[in-house]
Design a protein around this ligand. Structure first.
Ligand code: ZN
Ligand code: ZN
Length: 120
């Protein structure tokens, strides 16, 4: 009997913000066939198709803690700050995030909250 290598596709992961669609092989916090890896959040995981190493996998995305939208880990779609937040939710609650994250977001081009510190 052949043991599952954890590479079975469970479904499609689709980012609700950028539309990225990729098959995923696992959803949860502890990918199969990994010894010491526990993810910080429940994530959509794809076993690395280009690696024969069973422990190689790619984290595709997760769901936003606030609105529960499924978002990819791309910096244009979400960020991880103790939990996963999609960028629209981060922007809505920006004052609750540390300055470092506020500054990072301010650098992003598509920020709808345009605050110019030079004009007060
Ligand atoms: Zn995305
Ligand atoms: Zn959200």
């Amino acid at each position: 009997m052949e043991a599952s290598a954890g590479g079975t596709v469970r479904g499609m992961f689709t980012c609700e913000l950028c539309g990225l669609a990729t098959p995923f092989t696992y959803f949860g916090q502890k990918p199969p066939n990994t010894r010491a890896i526990v993810l910080l959040e429940e994530s959509y995981v794809l076993k690395d198709p280009f690696s024969h190493d069973r422990e190689k996998f790619i984290v595709l995305g997760s769901s936003c803690t606030v609105c529960h939208k499924v978002v990819c880990v791309g910096t244009e779609c979400s960020l991880f700050y103790t939990k996963r937040f999609c960028l629209p939710c981060v922007r809505e609650n920006l004052d609750q995030f540390p300055q470092q994250i506020q500054a990072e977001l301010a650098k992003k081009k598509s920020a709808p909250l345009h605050t110019d510190p030079a004009k007060r």
